[in-house]
Design a protein around this ligand. Structure first.
Ligand code: URA
Length: 194
């Protein structure tokens, strides 16, 4: 068993922060363990906590539609994770100490998956991984860098559900990812819309 599988086995018993007291399942993340693209959200919501899988609620349905429009699948192209692996009660924002406790797990996952491209979904992912002072409205759609990897910040799908007018900008962001994927990984990548 490699380190990745070992962490996956150990993490359900994590008690590093108080979220362990209210969670039903730890959401380790899912997708291709060697994915060229990692997608990082905020934290599990109700359905994710129930099922132990990331992005399975309304936001996840929209995210899967966006992936499909890009010609990406969770199985082949993507690994999806979150800033925190346990649901904050009532879907509140994860607290600084919860983010700090969970961050080393995510950093290990990034190291082991070794994606070329990281998509950050929303402000919590942007602030938690790149810069606590960055603003998603200012930096979305621009390439940033994290430990030598390319990072594309964009809106969280829940923001797109609340404000569908943002979908146009989000699609521009994902088109940058498709272009970069073709440039770095597969020049023949097929996408019906771009
Ligand atoms: N929102 C997130 O940020 N992550 C999930 O896994 C689900 C909803």
């Amino acid at each position: 068993m490699d380190e990745f599988e070992q962490l996956k086995n150990e993490i359900p018993s994590c008690t590093l922060c108080d979220l362990c007291k209210t969670r039903t399942h730890v959401v380790f993340g899912e997708g291709n363990r060697h994915a060229p693209i990692m997608c990082i959200g905020e934290g599990p919501g109700y359905y994710e906590d129930m099922q132990g899988r990331p992005f399975v609620g309304k936001s996840g349905i929209l995210l899967d539609k966006i992936f499909a429009a890009c010609g990406f699948t969770r199985q082949e192209h993507i690994f999806i994770g979150n800033i925190v692996k346990c649901r904050p009660p009532g879907n509140r924002d994860p607290q600084p100490e919860e983010r700090a406790a969970c961050l080393p797990y995510l950093l290990k996952q990034i190291e082991w998956i070794d994606p070329k491209i990281i998509i950050l979904l929303g402000a919590t992912a942007l602030k938690g991984l790149v810069d606590p002072n960055a603003r998603i409205t200012q930096v979305r759609g621009t390439w940033l860098e994290l430990q030598g990897r390319l990072v594309m910040p964009t809106y969280h799908p829940s923001a797109l559900l609340r404000n569908p007018a943002l979908k146009r900008e989000a699609w521009e962001d994902f088109k940058h990812v498709i272009d970069k994927y073709r440039e770095l990984i597969d020049p023949k990548h097929f996408c019906a819309y771009h």
